[in-house]
Design a binder for this molecule. Sequence first.
Ligand code: MRU
Length: 345
Amino acid sequence: MDNGASEKVSGQKPALINPTIREDAGGVVILDQTRLPHATSFVRLETLEDAAHAIRVMQVRGAPLIGATAAYGVALGLAADTSDDRLQYVIETLAATRPTAVNLHWALARMRRVLENSALATRRDSAWNEARAIADEDKGANAALGQHGLGMLRAVRRDDQPVNVMTHCNAGRLATVEHGTALAPVYAAHAAGLAVHVWVSETRPRNQGLLTAWELKEAGVPHTLIVDNAAGLLLMQGKVDLVIVGADRIAANGDAANKVGTYLKALAARAHAVPFYVAAPLSTIDFACLTGADIPIEERAAEELGAGEVTVANPAFDVTPAALISGIISERGIAAADSLAQWTP
Ligand code: MRU
């Protein structure tokens, strides 16, 4: 499905630090992730509907990037009408796009707070300013968590061998405004000259692992793509020093929702005594959600499995219990999953 917006900007080769999202003369340009890794094309978002569509069909994806896109979607949605009714409609429309990644709802709540206190005449400018701040803060948070994770990669290094990191889905640059979350420590290690190799898990049905392989290749980081279900074998064989995944929502008790299949990796990592870390900015921690059981799990369309006329269940995320998580890495440092209260805003 395409709303035609992809025709508006296309054919540019992204720079190494590819801009997943950027402002452009009253609009917003995004890298269309539904076309990767086969084609790099950009889509110009000009309306609320463009932004909602981009999130829903996963032209943008990954919790932090969804949040930034939603924030810009509010600014786009107020172009012709800044009234309270319009603001309510814009926020409701964007909130209905995807349920699990809390960054979306966090960004919308933040936009609402700022804009409800802004005069109608200046509301549109305030929306752009706040969306820009959300995007900029995401870059800063991910850069900081990358440095915290780098210390951990140094600590697990064995005998001058490359550190073998396993990740799942895409929690790299593409999933954020910049730097990534799970991959931020990897990029920090690569930049610091610490040898690192990434086992990249493929993630059915949307194949986000291919996105991870694409961006690691762009960055020159050694990596190997595996099917989801090869992870247990590699963990058993001692080929993984640690697992780092991202998160779409972390509950107050440290239970973490991430792309479906993450939980199985955590179980296998525990069985083979391999550390299992979750990397996410504070905007992914939902202190109002007490446990993982309270996290809404997105059920996506059966068609994504390409199975034809059979009954299909397609939950897009699962929840890894805090007890299986060695630590949560955020911009504030590394914390035990059951001690997130120290980061309460
Ligand atoms: O369905 P997606 O591709 O949006 O899911 C993305 C993930 O599950 C990521 O691992 C998560 O959002 C962390 S992104 C830094």
